[in-house]
Each structure stands twice: as structure tokens, then as C-alpha cells.
Design a protein around this ligand. Sequence first.
Ligand code: ARG
Length: 389
Amino acid sequence: MKKIVLAYSGGLDTSVAVKWLKDKGFSVIAYMADVGQGGDVSVAKKRAIKAGASSVIVEDLKDEFIKDFVFPALKANAVYEGRYYLATALSRPIIAKGLVETARRKNAEFVSHGCTGKGNDQVRFEVSIGALDSKLKVIAPVREWEFSSREAQIKYAKAKKIPIDVTKKSPYSIDKNLWGMSIECGVLEDPWKEPPKDVYQMTKDPFKASRKPTYINIGFKKGIPVTLNSKRVRPQALIEKLNKLGGAYGVGRSDMVENRLVGIKSREIYEAPAASVLIKAHEALEALTLDRELSHFKSFVSLKYAELIYYGLWYTPLKSALDKFIEHTQKKVTGVVRVKLEPGSATVVGRKSPYSLYKEKLATYTEDDEFDQRLAKGFIELWGLPYKK
Ligand code: ARG
């Protein structure tokens, strides 16, 4: 029997995909990567077996996800189109890597995912898989199968006795991991309609948040957050804690229409409390420690880096080259940033670093001033010379 490793989520699409692939003659290995999406793994496992999987493999990739995917994106300040912190996009290359490694271990010639033919995720999976192992063949059931609606899938699932809980299913399509949550479909498909309150799951309505601000100190070492309020915290705990703290103030929401790689525009809601706080804090520390030219140049790199993530180009030469550049820029991004959380906002209110390039004696307007103002005259003379002539 031909073996196939399917990226399995436990949802309707991938459960139906197990059965569909089995009916096409495959022995299906359901592969579940834990990137912090939550949910009951044991329920999902049972469901995969009931749907016809020959085995289920669950892998905890959370640490690796943070270390090798999230933190590089943080060092790059990667944000797509100004509002999307790329949680979903970042998870695809690591899941692809898991699929490829599992396929090799299990001697499978095929891998599979449950993405639709209209989205970015199919591109991210397949480009990543191809870059990691060009011999693997990919089958994308959702792109191929005959079901024209969710109802048709449910009917199929019922007929084939695949246990699904249709009642509990929300009207939205949701993807979640430690770095944030992406929510689309349902009423959100009309970009004029305000998102109903039940859309948001990681963040509280700012109107219901405490009016009392919370201050947090985030300590960075070479661009990576390592302490919270002076205590060393492991990366996963730190991100979870910031998701909770920020979420309680309704921080990190975005409602946007974005440009998909496949040419269409789509409306998506994002929640990313930790990501939004950390990137803000990281940028503030860079503002203190990077010189002007490096800082300005790096912001172009940020844009490109975010695009590479969004476009599924993680395992590419340009991405590796930019990583080297970004790593180099982080040598002195060490220090502490103070963030104030208030209903609906996180604001940087303080920053300090042993490598600070801010010199009070140069900036001050008091008697301590060491800036020689007479030098400005000649500087301006030469700077403006071309425009005088
Ligand atoms: N638009 C986002 C991206 O392409 C998220 C895609 C998944 N969204 C979802 N709600 N299932 O990265």
C-alpha cells in the first residue's frame, strides 16, 4: 500500500481527507504538530483513527517553533502589510519540515495537507516541502475532491461514520498557535461588516478590560526576550504570559483586508497580544541601540522578511542571507523595555540598555549640554550647498 503522511488538525477537512485518501488506496499516517494551537489531542487522535488513519503521530514542536521561527521573525520585526504578525504563515514551514521528516522515517512517498486551493497555506506547505525534499509527492485533497460545500462534507463524514462535532464548530475558520490567531469566513467575508464580539477569543473587549494599567518590564538579550519583570522566563512561558496579560487588555487585535499571494484580497481578523507587545518593545530597544543608517536600512529588510514569510519562501537563499544580516544587527539589542498595558493599547514608556546610543549630555537643553552648537553652522552650510547652487 502507498503510504501518505497527512498534516492532520482534527477538524472536518482533514478528518474527511483521511477517509478520502484511504478510499483512494493510501495508508494514511496522520501527523499532528503541536505549535500551541490548544485543543484536545486525544479526541483528535481517536477521530483520525476512526476516520481510517493507520497511525497518528503527535509531535510537540513548540520550543523549536519559538526558537527557529518566531524569534527570527521577532528580530526582524516581521509584520505583513502593517497589521499581520504572521502566526499562521510562520507555522507552515515548521509543519512542512515535520511532514518531510516523518515521511522519511516512515518511508512514505507522499505527503498531504488540508488546505484549500484559494489560500496561501497550500503554497507555503508545498514550496517548503519541495525545498526540503524535491522527491516527495504532494496530494491536496481539498483542492481535488468533489465536495462543493461544508454540508456535503458533513454528509460524507456521517455516511462514513467519521466522528465530527458539527454543533460545536464555530461559523469561522480559525487557525491558532503561540504567536497568534487568524480568523476568517462567515460574516467576516463582508468587509463592511463589523466583526461580531464572538470572533475574538484571545483578547478581551477593551471596554470590559480593567481601567487600571499594568506595567511590564521585558528584558532582551541580543534581540530575544529573556526576562519578564526581572525574572528569567522560558520562551514558551513568556509568550503565553504576554498573551494572557495583553489579551486581558484587548491588545493585539487587527481587522484587515490583505493581499493574498494567490491574487485575491481577503478579510481576516487577527489576535496576537504577545506578538504585538514584543515587536513593539523590540523596536523600541532597537531605536535606542542601533545607529540611524543601520536602523533605517533594517526597516526595509523587515518588509522583505515579512513578505518572504507570507509568500512561503522560508527555506530559500534570500531568507538565509537576511537571517545572517539580522543576526548581526542584534549584537547590542540588549536591555529592558517598559510597557504600559491599558484598555486596547500597549505603549512603550521606558527603555534602557548598556549599549544605549542615547547620550543625555548631547540631547539635553540644560546646562549640562555638551553638544557644540557652533558646529551646526558649517554642517548645514555643506549639507545645503547643492540646493543653494
Ligand atoms: N490569511 C492568513 C495567512 O494567509 C491566515 C490564513 C489562515 N486563516 C484561517 N483563518 N484559517 O497567513
